[in-house]
Design a protein around this ligand. Structure first.
Ligand code: SF4
Length: 225
């Protein structure tokens, strides 16, 4: 099984999809490779592309603040990644083919880190990780069982993307805060057995790819299940 560093090295020279042509940096992920909590966004924006680090702009500052206030965590104690590792032009949503091409890297991150709790940020990430077309407005507010890799149990808490909270104001902010509190409760819950996760309506989120399957990257594919 490759290490996270080996998967990152492969991603950094990846040209599997057209997003490679417009990037300044591959934004692979950041944080504790043994984290219990992993946050997944949709893709890098301009600031992230320039820095090579996820969630460093205004959205990132809000995420950092809410993580600290609601969970007592800073970003060094969790792991943060995106569904696609290169910036979509004009900050558009990543396309299904781009997400499929990049999916092996996220799967490898999930397999190697094996977080107990995954928080998806926004429609794109939630749909991709849960394998659903449902909306974040409908999916959030509950905790879903999540199985990935050999850990075999854990849970997923969907919430808004912090950029949407910046646009949406008070109610969205309150809902995101509540979601992070829910994620914290799951972090301290003993076991986190998939069947015990609460309120799942979409069945088991098993990490299935959304969109067209293009096969995993070579290194990441070695840990793709
Ligand atoms: S597959 Fe991922 S890492 Fe590779 S070029 Fe596309 S977005 Fe970048």
């Amino acid at each position: 099984m490759p290490t996270l560093a080996e998967v990152e090295r492969e991603a950094c020279s990846c040209i599997r999809c057209p997003l490679a042509g417009g990037r300044t940096n591959v934004v692979f992920g950041v944080g504790d490779p043994h984290a219990d909590l992993m946050l997944v966004g949709e893709g890098p924006g301009r600031d992230e592309d320039l820095a090579g680090v996820p969630f460093v702009g205004r959205s990132g500052k809000l995420l950092d603040k809410l993580l600290l206030q609601e969970m007592g965590l800073d970003r060094r104690s969790c792991y943060i990644a995106n569904v696609v590792k290169c910036r979509p032009p004009g900050n558009r949503d990543p396309r299904p083919a781009e997400m499929a091409a990049c999916r092996g890297y996220l799967d490898a991150q999930l397999d190697l880190i094996q977080p107990r709790v995954v928080v998806t940020l926004g429609n794109v990430a939630t749909r991709a990780v849960m394998g659903t077309n449902d909306t974040i407005g409908h999916l959030r507010g509950r905790t879903y069982p999540f199985r990935h890799g050999s850990r075999g149990h854990g849970c997923l808490v969907p919430t808004y993307h912090p950029a949407a909270v910046l646009r949406g104001g008070g109610e969205a902010m309150a809902q995101m805060r509540a979601d992070l509190v829910r994620a914290k409760e799951e972090l301290v819950r003993p076991g986190n057995v998939a069947g015990e996760a609460t309120g799942g309506v979409a069945g088991e989120a098993t990490g299935g790819a959304a969109g067209e399957a293009a096969g995993p990257p070579a290194v990441a594919g070695q840990v793709h299940r």
